[in-house]
Design a protein around this ligand. Structure first.
Ligand code: PMP
Length: 414
């Protein structure tokens, strides 16, 4: 290992909390990035097929320029009248169904989800929240209790539903939500919200069949609850089927939380909701978030939206996603270590036989210069999520490295 790297590791251990975790048996010590490539301290390039934040590619020059321009002009909060947050809210709403009319800007997906739960409970006067049992929704105390994948205790009035690790049919999903409502009602709790990541990312990328969410959304609404779409992972074109993951399911959420890719790396996130829900919240509480909606964050988000549109990134996510699926299909069919292939656009999940197998493949790929991650309840799924600017040649490189990694780990104990 490069000596600077071991020194940096030691310094990191000395000063950063041990709760931080590095990826890979041999951590990657990176110093710069461009597009889908990320470069380490020794000048070795890796194809970044893990990072779902830089949708437009690392350090996109147009987004960098927009941020620099805004930083040198004005960077302030939402208590002064400034154009950027208004423009950003207008642009965001233009991508969403008419039913959604108001925006609160935050700095992270966690802040957006936390607020979504608070507002849903206020608007319904109910407490119960339904989540999937492989879900991750954020870092706050409230959201850790709604993120069963962390293994931490569930929060009060949180009702998890057990998703299958393969597909989830529409009747099956409606029945799971119906059971959760029955469970909470038997305990004297009414539903405030169904909160789901619409690509079920940490559940292992459960994307199909499109439309399976609808019955569950109906069920929660009939019982008086709201539907919160967590778009932190699928939002901004990742599924290749439009800007938002919920659209694949033919449903319109009451509230939507966004984050990660929204500023291509700059911290900016949002909660979008129906007008009357926003009015109910505003009647009861003011909201101020020092950095939420600050000028530079808005400039980054606006430029990211421009790039997604001007470079046709949603179409690219669909096309390259199909290319990757077509290449992975025969490998999954032929390998005894791989049991399922799923996903949408550039959010692809490959189920393996165990967490050890998944980890071995991830580390072998890292050795071959391709970065991916793991997901799923038992961490046995592989998660492939390259920036949406990935080209066909880079996808082919990923496929070649995948085949090589599979060969390297073929004798692992399952
Ligand atoms: N929701 C989902 C589905 C996520 O994947 C994450 C982050 N991994 C969050 C919410 C929380 O977002 P943040 O880390 O920006 O607070």
């Amino acid at each position: 290992m490069h000596s600077d790297t071991s020194q940096l590791l030691a310094r990191r251990e000395r000063v950063l909390s041990p709760s931080y975790r590095l990826f890979y048996e041999e951590p990657v010590h990176v110093v710069r990035a461009q597009g889908c490539w990320i470069e380490d301290v020794a000048g070795r390039r890796y194809l970044d097929a893990y990072n779902n934040v830089p949708v437009a590619g690392h350090c996109h020059p147009r987004i960098v320029a927009a941020m620099a321009r805004q930083a040198s002009l004005l960077n302030t909060h939402t208590r002064y009248l400034t154009e950027e947050p208004v423009l950003l809210a207008e642009r965001l709403l233009a991508t969403l169904p008419d039913a959604l009319g108001k925006v609160i800007l935050t700095n992270s997906g966690s802040e957006a989800n936390d607020l979504a739960i608070r507002i849903s409970r206020m608007a319904t006067g109910a407490r119960g929240v339904i989540v999937t049992d492989g879900a991750y929704h954020g870092t706050s105390d409230l959201l850790q209790g709604m993120s069963p994948v962390t293994g931490l205790p569930l929060g009060q009035h949180v009702y998890p539903i057990r998703m299958p690790e393969g597909q989830c049919g529409p009747e099956q999903f409606a029945a799971l939500v119906g059971d959760a409502i029955a469970r909470m009602e038997s305990e004297g709790v009414r539903p405030a919200a169904l909160l789901v990541d619409t690509i079920f990312g940490s559940d292992g990328a459960i994307a199909d069949p499109p439309g399976f969410l609808a019955g569950g959304v109906d069920a929660v609404r009939k019982a008086g609850g709201l539907f919160i779409a967590d778009e932190v992972q699928p939002g901004f074109g990742r599924t290749g089927a439009g800007m938002w993951g919920f659209a694949r399911h033919g449903v319109v959420p009451d509230l939507i939380s966004t984050g990660k890719p929204m500023g291509n790396g700059q911290p900016v996130a949002a909660l979008v909701m129906r007008d009357e829900i926003a009015r109910t919240f505003a009647r009861n509480q003011r909201y101020f978030n020092t950095f939420g909606g600050s000028s530079v964050s808005c400039a980054a988000a606006l430029a990211t939206l421009d790039v997604i549109e001007d470079e046709g990134l949603i179409g690219n996510a669909r096309r390259i996603g199909q290319r990757l699926m077509a290449g992975l299909g025969p490998m999954v069919a032929a390998s005894p270590l791989l049991t399922d292939l799923r996903g949408a656009g550039l959010f692809i999940g490959v189920q393996t036989t165990s967490a050890d197998v998944a980890t071995a493949i991830v580390n072998a790929l890292r050795g071959a210069g391709v970065l991916i991650g793991t997901a799923g309840r038992s961490n046995a799924a592989l998660k492939i999520r390259p920036p949406l600017v990935i080209r066909a040649a880079q996808a082919d490189l990923l496929l070649e490295a995948f085949a090589q990694a599979l060969f390297e780990v073929r004798n692992i104990n399952q």
